[in-house]
Write a protein that binds this ligand. Sequence first.
Ligand SMILES: C[S@@+](CC[C@H](N)C(=O)[O-])C[C@H]1O[C@@H](n2cnc3c(N)ncnc32)[C@H](O)[C@@H]1O
Length: 254
Amino acid sequence: MSAYYDTIAKPYQRSKQLPYRQVEEYTYFNLLGPLEGKSILDLGCGEGFYTRKFKQRGASRVLGVDISSAMIELANAQERQNPLGIDYLVADVLELGSLDRFDLVVASYLLNYAQTQEQLLQMCRVIFDHLKSDGRFVTINDNSEQDPISYQDCAKYGYVKGVTQPLEEGTPITLTFFLEEETFEIVNYHLSRTTYERAFRTVGFKAVRWFQPLVPPTAIATFGAHFWEDFLKFSPIVGIECLKMLRRGDRHSI
Ligand SMILES: C[S@@+](CC[C@H](N)C(=O)[O-])C[C@H]1O[C@@H](n2cnc3c(N)ncnc32)[C@H](O)[C@@H]1O
């Protein structure tokens, strides 16, 4: 895993320019809410695309962790160029010792690297253990509920998913990204929403909520509402929020 991301660190960074990333970012920050004064642990932070934005939006402390040293090198290079006070660490989340407790743990597109229910459970355990008692986990993830029939319909957004076998627990899903000058692939793994729910509950999360993507007004203005219809219909990505403890007014489940 580490070695593979080391080879695609730059193209992955460039893929943040794809149109659908505007939807990803808008959905993510909508879910995150105000970040002023919050401490944030960003697991699978990549080259720090969001990590930097958390700090720029007022987070008091941000720590990014990624298994790929090339991704962290890109993140550190940007930190050296424009210091924001972010710390980065090269580490495998599956083997992460206790670092500290944070207001928020985030992990965009990390959980979809769990190949088995046990690995997902271990990632969730690490997430839960790094949260303060009233902390929140927020993520954007591949949507395991997307029907493979619709995979090709999403090419216009800049990437497609592909499978060579029926979706079962652990089935590899290849994501092919289309950049102007090149294409590149990453492989995620299918685990059902039921498996995700069970893992969140098993480690102790008291509330789990799932969110459909939100298209920002700017992306509608640029591409037109019609362009986004398939994205909203097929929902290749999903937002997830898990609460360590129930807050007043929160309902137990969805
Ligand atoms: C699709 S990228 C997302 C990067 C970043 N979160 C973002 O949204 O731009 C997934 C990242 O997860 C990292 N990753 C995958 N498995 C990991 C693990 N077990 N421990 C730490 N990082 C991991 C990869 O190296 C990669 O940088």
